[in-house]
Design a protein around this ligand. Structure first.
Ligand code: BMA
Length: 313
């Protein structure tokens, strides 16, 4: 026996792959990016960018290999629009992208932040240049949301994370038209006490559809005397009944370890909001915010994640 946990996610040698220093205009920090592969194979990250007021907007970065040579938009790609959407007064944060084949559009679900707290907002785009805004679809306090890529039993499904008192759990809600949401179901509860995912959990990137079920990468927040620890675990949900949990990891699988994850504006935070899957159908690249300051890349195998969950769930 050695004191050795299996490494399910392997950090890229070039980490952090993106920082504020790469930006073509003045910004304070870049983190918590959504990710998708464009039809030509380009990796697109929609990064959360914070300015020196503390307000965030979203900016697209594109790369042919998903690692380096990022082409970053010379201006913010998607700005808060508080004149039309007062819920965006203090900025927009933490996007998640889901490509919706039925609509031939990308859904961008993001946090709209204002004096009323964080809420869940939705926009659609075909090209990450023009956006069609639906506004807030889940009122505050709610965040960490993503759309599933297709209807289930005729209904669209949204995973999100409302707050109830000191605790916050993952919920799923359904809609016929993407504007009116109901049939709310508790999807997964935060644990209690000493657990790494006690009291507060949330969806990280959008769920991954696999033959075994929806593979969910989620974050758990542990409050300590020194602050919060943001770590990442796995769970599997029924393909046809996505609020039915089939497996849940007892242990976390990814946690702040490297200096750029432990030190920054908010230390000891890894916060993935997006992934891409390579053409082999198995290699997953997760893009994550590190310490609310920069962007890291870690690579894993979906097959390994599922088989780990089989024995550790
Ligand atoms: C969460 C979110 C994330 C952030 C994290 C750590 O509540 O707001 O945007 O990365 O806190 O500060």
């Amino acid at each position: 026996m050695t004191n050795h946990y299996p490494e399910l996610f392997h950090r890229h040698d070039l980490n952090p792959i993106l920082t504020a220093a790469n930006w073509p205009y003045p910004v304070h920090s870049v983190f918590n990016p959504a990710a998708t592969l464009l039809p030509d194979g380009t990796t697109l990250l929609l990064c959360r960018v914070e300015d020196r007021r503390g307000h965030s907007h979203l900016c697209a970065a594109r790369s042919a290999n998903g690692v380096d040579n990022w082409q970053i938009d010379s201006q913010p790609t998607f700005m808060p629009d508080p004149q039309h959407f007062p819920e965006e007064l203090w900025g927009i944060e933490d996007p998640r992208i889901t490509y919706i084949p039925e609509l031939k559009k990308y859904a961008v679900v993001y946090t709209a932040f204002s004096r009323y707290g964080p809420g869940v907002a939705l926009a659609f785009t075909e090209d990450f240049r023009q956006f069609e805004r639906y506004g807030v679809i889940m009122p505050p306090e709610d965040k960490d949301a993503a759309l599933l890529p297709h209807r289930i039993d005729g209904q669209w499904a949204l995973i999100h994370r409302p707050v109830s008192g000191p605790r916050a759990h993952m919920w799923i809600s359904y809609s016929n038209d993407l504007r009116n949401w109901g049939s709310h179901k508790l999807m997964m509860e935060a644990r209690w006490g000493a657990w790494w995912d006690a009291n507060k959990i949330g969806l990280s990137p959008p769920p991954i559809e696999t033959p075994q079920g929806w593979l969910v990468i989620y974050h758990g927040v542990r409050n300590t005397a020194a602050g919060s620890l943001y770590r990442v675990g796995l769970a599997l949900f029924d393909l046809n009944v996505p609020d039915r949990c089939l497996k849940r990891s007892d242990e976390w699988v990814f946690a702040p370890e490297e200096p750029y994850e432990r030190f920054g504006d908010v230390g000891y935070v890894v916060f993935p909001c997006g992934y891409t899957i390579d053409s082999d159908g198995d290699t997953i690249r997760i893009y994550y915010g590190a310490a609310d300051s920069s962007i890291g890349l870690a690579t894993g195998s979906i097959r390994n994640l599922l088989s780990w969950l089989e024995t550790h769930g």
